[in-house]
Design a protein around this ligand. Structure first.
Ligand code: CMC
Length: 425
């Protein structure tokens, strides 16, 4: 196999080396391209562009494989827990018992949020979307939790502070919506139990941890924990590449995730399923709308930039959704609609040809709803899950000293021209 690519342009020949990978896509290193040829590459949506070299997560879109630090997602979802996954993503290896306990202690040491932050959240109207509130609060942490310590450990310390505080902010966005008092953490609980209690505890009664709900949350968070260079992660890396601090970088990730083509799809899926249900459950009608070039409607929860086979996370979540609804004794009409939609779409030539399969967001909303989480909170749940991925990618970028992100452009605007005073226009 060649270890270089030859480009012939304008009567000259240029060579660009191949960058090897352990598995998956290799890259062409074109870092000298512009200097040597005067050309840049153009790849809208970065469909063929590697933004970095990473050791964290691998996914194969054709085979439907996803590995965290080499471990298949199926094994991780079945055998691990969210705290262990956070450690794995951040440190590269599974922790032994004492490393795990120390990591939990380190996070718990920051298990509170400055009281002044409550004033900020108070200022938002109750109608504010939780993702907007979360993004603002995450950025505001900068003012209350300065992370300036030993440079050798500062990324790890920043990560632990971020993990602890962010769970509060996610819980608080929910409580704001419900007009409930804002809680602080309970260090006798693990990360997911603590989040669950902070979110749902009522002021007038003892709170009991429901293991079915905690297990389901844990699994969902694991499945969302990282997904290599997706839109929000690339945003975090881009913002962080300017040496912007961790809180502002994560806040940017929250904003990117909010969009309905990305993490916001989980909210959009449930809204779509409800709409179809209320419209009499005519699934074929909506499949036809999604295929119609003149209709902007898309089947939310279908399709993925990388997965051109089944999304392995969707497969796990679909199974979990069945189990959880059974365990909780819930019958949800939207699940029936989802099943029909999946069946029709998977047998339809349009979806087969374009390789559009259900993605992670297709089933997650059904579980969140069964757990009593309101629709507008779904993407906040995704953000809580994705946080360790964002932090690990931010840390990797800082430790490898990646240069500031600064793409080029092909300009097609006006030529140089002289300013015309208003009276002469
Ligand atoms: N329904 C109907 N048609 C679709 C859909 C869909 N959900 N997704 C893609 N297509 C069509 C699209 O119209 C295009 O057709 P044509 O080639 O004739 O122009 C073709 O499939 C390729 O689509 P694309 O938009 O060029 O593909 P992309 O890689 O740029 O976009 C996507 C990927 C996920 C944004 C897109 O599939 C989509 O909008 N899906 C619905 C939103 C969604 O579920 N997002 C969650 C993604 S997974 C979780 C996450 O990223 O956070």
């Amino acid at each position: 196999m060649d270890n270089k690519v030859v480009l012939n342009y304008d009567g000259k020949s240029y060579e660009y080396p191949i960058v090897e990978s352990t598995i998956g896509d290799k890259g062409i290193n074109i870092s000298k391209l512009r200097d040597e040829t005067g050309l840049i590459t153009l790849d809208l949506g970065y469909k063929n562009t590697g933004a970095t070299i990473s050791d964290i997560t691998y996914l194969d879109g054709d085979k439907g494989e996803l590995f965290y630090r080499g471990y298949p997602i199926e094994q991780i979802a079945e055998k691990s827990n969210f705290t262990e996954v956070m450690y794995l993503l951040l440190h590269g290896e599974l922790p032994n018992k004492s490393q795990f306990e120390q990591f939990e202690r380190n996070i718990k040491a920051h298990n509170f949020v400055a009281e002044e932050m409550k004033k900020i959240i108070d200022a938002f109207p109750r109608s504010a979307h939780p993702m907007g509130v979360l993004s603002a609060l995450t950025s505001a942490l900068t003012a209350f939790s300065p992370v300036t310590v030993d440079p050798k450990t500062k990324e790890d310390r920043a990560a632990e502070v971020m993990l602890a505080k962010f769970a509060h902010l996610c819980a608080w966005t929910y409580r704001k919506k419900q007009s409930l008092p804002l809680n602080h953490g309970d260090n006798s609980l693990n990360y997911v139990e603590n989040f669950y209690r902070m979110t749902f505890r009522l002021p007038n009664e003892e709170f009991e941890i429901d293991p079915i709900i905690v297990d389901s949350l844990d699994k969902l968070l694991i499945l969302h924990a990282d997904h290599e260079q997706n839109c929000s992660t690339s945003t975090v890396r881009m913002v962080g590449s300017a040496h912007t601090g961790i809180f502002a970088s994560m806040s940017a990730g929250v904003s990117a995730l909010w969009g309905p083509l990305h993490g916001g799809a989980n909210q959009a899926v449930i809204e779509m399923l409800e709409m179809i249900n209320e419209d009499g459950g005519d699934v074929a009608k909506y499949v036809a709308k999604a295929k119609d070039k003149n209709d902007s409607f898309r089947l939310m929860g279908f399709g993925h930039r990388v997965y051109k086979n089944f999304d392995p996370r969707a497969r796990i979540i679909k199974k979990a959704a069945d189990g959880i609804l059974n365990q909780l004794g819930i019958h949800d009409n939207t699940l029936d609609i989802a099943m029909q939609l999946e069946k029709v779409a998977l047998e339809d030539d349009y979806f087969i040809e374009k390789k559009l399969y259900p993605n992670v967001d297709f089933y997650s909303g059904i579980i969140y709803r069964a757990l009593g989480i309101p629709t507008e909170m779904f993407t906040v749940m995704f953000a809580l899950g994705r946080l360790p991925g964002w932090i690990s990618q931010w840390k990797e970028m800082r430790l490898k000293n990646d240069p500031i992100g600064r793409p080029r452009q092909v300009y097609q605007g006006a030529q140089k021209r002289d300013y015309v005073p208003m009276e002469d226009r």
